[in-house]
Design a protein around this ligand. Sequence first.
Ligand SMILES: [Zn+2]
Length: 686
Amino acid sequence: MQSRWVDRDATAAVDRYATSGVAPDVALRVYTTRLLGSDPALVLHGGGNTSLKTRMRDLAGDEVEVLCVKGTGADMATIEPAGMVAVKLDPLKTLRARADLADDDMARVQRAFLIEPSAPNPSVEFLLHAFVPHAFVDHTHANAIISLIDQPDSAKLCEEVFGGRIGLVPYVRPGFGLAKAAAATFDENPKVEGLILDKHGIFTFGASAKEAYERMIELVSRAEERLSKNRKTVFAAAALPPQVAPHEAVAPIVRGACSLKNAGGEGAHRRMIAEFRTGGAILNFVGGAELPRYGGSVVITPDYAIRTKRKPLILPAPETGKLDPFKTAAAQAVAAYVDTYKKYFESHNARVGGGKRMLDPLPRVVFVPGLGLYGLGRSAKDARIAADLAEAAVATITDAEAIGRFHTITEADDFDVEYWPMEQAKLGKTKEPPLAGQVVAITGAGGAIGAATARAFANAGAEVALLDVNLAAAEKEAKALGGAAVGIACDVTDAASVRNAFTRIAATFGGLDILVSNAGAAWQGRIGEVDEEILRKSFELNFFGHQRVAQAAVQIMLKQGTGGCLLFNVSKQAVNPGPNFGPYGLPKAATLLLVRQYAVDYGADGIRSNGVNADRIRSGLLTDDFIKERAKARGVSEKDYMSGNLLQREVTADDVAQAFLHQALELKTTGDITTVDGGNIAAALR
Ligand SMILES: [Zn+2]
């Protein structure tokens, strides 16, 4: 590992922050924090923390000694000075004399001595930073260090690699106890350049930002060097089927198995988003004959427990053409996993005197021999974090096994960190949105109604795949949504294009729960004279297009076995034909029946099918020019034309989006057509 300190960059950081009144030592603290944070071999996802001891004025104007420490959960790679929380140092130091500090008191201490009252909470490791004297303190969960200390004989290995340069702190759960234990180890030899926290990570110290940072790099490099020596070959491979099924075929089965059926009421399944990872190192790891032994816990450092859970789910290798037995095996494996998790919770909750609330018992990491691994989460972001941490575990455990034997914290220690309120706070307290864990695909998502629908579903917590024949339009809307939203090219009149698009959705999110089949276009012509070609073209898009995407969606939903929802943009034309609109209305009438056919054929599978009949929405179908023309032809104002309905209100794309969202949330409604047209009695359904 190379130091990435560059004098010129450091000076530039000092100069840049000076313009907003940031002191040079804080600027350098931010500079090296970012250097550490941007290397995934050192720091992942809000892990790690750094601090600086300096002087600052408090709100009363008095100059006081402060600890500037990373705010909890902040990302070191992108941190700004405001992300370094300033806490008065003296009161923190006096706490060291205490025998104990309860969690509640710790939470109060986190806020009691802030210089800026609105600052985020300082890192849960802030007391450790306060209890050692150095100006600059850096902490990472470097993979190489962890490979060395997640061993039964970690003390011997640390002595061999680092000699007296570091102090070794026995494993203690992060918090007050660890801060005291670390300070005690430091006091035994105040000359040490850093501390290694057994089964956890490394701290380095320095009088300057550069010294603390470069000590980190140097000590981690020593660990890397040791890992490259005397390696044994890992892992002896287990037998695999001759042909392993591809990820996109397997993912919906895994995702469906890793759900809690009817957890939120009948038909309300608790689902996960699945992020897939594979590659040589992962395949070597998940393909090992001894996977259940070395891969039985993925908590390589206590910080990860809240994101990955202790145990991964280990599935059999999925064989092409034999996915039915794989599905059965996956369901059994998840049932056993959930059962084991519940027992783990109950026994350890009893051990600590009860009072804890069980987190959901579903796995967060899934190993599939021959294929790779999945990270699971209630959002694509959480799934990605789980996958990243799982990948770090694969790398770290592989190295640990190559030089010895992977050995992590005990199950009880794991529980104590997973159920520590300070860790659980990292998950956030906000109520989950109604479509958390669900995936929606929207066709025609580059248009007005599609884009509005994408926004509505994203706001309701769903992960969104925006499909459009115009890829640039879909990508533009996906970018506007942000998060994990993805734009995908899809021509619904082309079977291969639909197949590719739905394969991509399954590959990206692990499956699909809701389809909004919205793509459409209008053709006109007097029905007795219209060219048959026009009629066929319209049927291809306005009927077969819906059928093609619905069929592709249902195939994924059946694999998942967690029901689903098909939503169709029909049209008032389906029940109230306008003159010369036959080429548009006829296929839409067939699509209205398609809504009902899916409701009938798949109700028993929990797949609902509903449609929206909208009218007169400003969109690609009803352009501003067209509205002008129609209003003029009728001798009314544009506004009157657009609100020419019983309620005299213009109907918008957002109104249609809300109708789709409502249908997605109504778990007891199928075969329904909701009319969104401001009131048109001739288009009312019987
Ligand atoms: Zn840590």
